[in-house]
Design a protein around this ligand. Structure first.
Ligand SMILES: [Zn+2]
Length: 134
C-alpha cells in the first residue's frame, strides 16, 4: 500500500495523519500479514524509527477501533494485528507463535446452532490452535 493509499484510507476513517501513524501503517499494511505490537516495534527499530512504545500501542488501538486493521486475540495475553480486515479463519501455532490464514473454501459447516432469539449473524471466524514445528 502506497503512502497516497494510506493517507486516503486515514481520511476515509477519520484518522489524523501524524508521521508516526503513517510510519506504523506503512509497516503493517505493506502486505497481508499478522504482526504483534512487539514485532511492529522491532521493525520500526530496524528501520531506524524512534516512535515510542506507547505511541505504537495507542496507534494500534486507534487503527483497530477505526477498522483499518483487525485485532485477533489468540489467547488472553496475545494479540495480533491483521492487515486483512474482512472476517476470515486462522491457524494459530502455539509452539511457534505463528498466525496464518485459512482459505475460506477450506472451512465449511454441516450444521450451525440456531441463533439466539432476536439476533442476526454478524460473522463466523474460526481459530484452530495447532502445535508442532512441521
Ligand atoms: Zn488473518
Amino acid at each position: 500500500m502506497s503512502r497516497t493509499d494510506i493517507l486516503s484510507m486515514f481520511d476515509q476513517h477519520g484518522i489524523l495523519p501524524t508521521p508516526q501513524r503513517v510510519e506504523i501503517a506503512e509497516i503493517l499494511l505493506s502486505r497481508p500479514q499478522h504482526l504483534s505490537a512487539d514485532q511492529i516495534i522491532e521493525r520500526l527499530r530496524v528501520a531506524g524509527s524512534r516512535v515510542s512504545k506507547a505511541t505504537v500501542y495507542n496507534t494500534l488501538n486507534l487503527f483497530g477501533e477505526r477498522g483499518i486493521v483487525k485485532e485477533v486475540m489468540v489467547d488472553p495475553v496475545r494479540k495480533f494485528y491483521d492487515s486483512t480486515t474482512r472476517p476470515h479463519h486462522h491457524f494459530y501455532n502455539i509452539d511457534t507463535g505463528e498466525l496464518r490464514d485459512i482459505p475460506d473454501a477450506q472451512v465449511s459447516f454441516s450444521e450451525l446452532p440456531e441463533l439466539p432469539a432476536g439476533t442476526s449473524e454478524e460473522s463466523i471466524e474460526v481459530l484452530i490452535r495447532v502445535r508442532g514445528n512441521g
